[in-house]
Design a protein around this ligand. Sequence first.
Ligand code: ATP
Length: 233
Amino acid sequence: MSLLELEGVDAHYGELQALWQLDLRVDEGETLAVVGANGAGKSTLLKTIAGVLRPTAGAVRFAGRDVAGVPDHKRVRLGISLVPEGRRVFRSLTVEENLLVGGYRRRPGEWDLAAVYEAFPLLEDRRSRTGAHLSGGEQQATAIGRALMANPRLLLLDEVSLGLAPVVVQDIYRALPRIAERGTTVLVVEQDLGQALAVADRVQCLLEGRTALEAPVGSVTREQVAAAYFGLE
Ligand code: ATP
């Protein structure tokens, strides 16, 4: 059984349909990368999984349970944590306080401050610095660490590399295998194909709200994924 299963999911913003009969699965322990161009529906997909947006058709199952009617704050308790685009940290709190906020009402499990600092050594050096004085990369690492403190079974990451310098992106991406090693399943949404293919076990490419390609990373070339990404056939 997959940890997460979407079947025939439609999502709308008013009249505009953003997802069309979408099927998707994430198996326990794997890292799935969802890639696609601007507007392909990646953020909408994450919002649907996190419970911020209700699908207009289809099923969302988590750990075998239909979660369609479960609101977002309850999904966190079930083990689904979303790190949205935009690196939101509390600016007046220190890094460590930001992390501890994420651990409020945590599920029992692997993640604690020491584990987060092991995944992101740069955060340990900055533990007493306030959010307002962090670089973009440090803010992103703090936002991911905070989500991990809730002990998610499934971590959803939305465009973690957006607007960051390449060297900082490397720091963030270096942490992903460490997160997976602790048994946390990861769904990462990414516009950058190279980053996505470097960390994922499987890739699913969206094009205008539909799946254009889905495959284990080892079985496709970057060119094939790029062709699906741009809708070339
Ligand atoms: P990006 O990389 O730009 O975030 P994306 O793949 O995440 O792109 P979505 O943000 O999911 O794409 O958008 C899918 C479609 O839904 C687009 O046509 C977008 O314009 C539309 N859309 C997204 N959010 C809203 C909203 N809040 N209200 C209305 N339309 C929206």
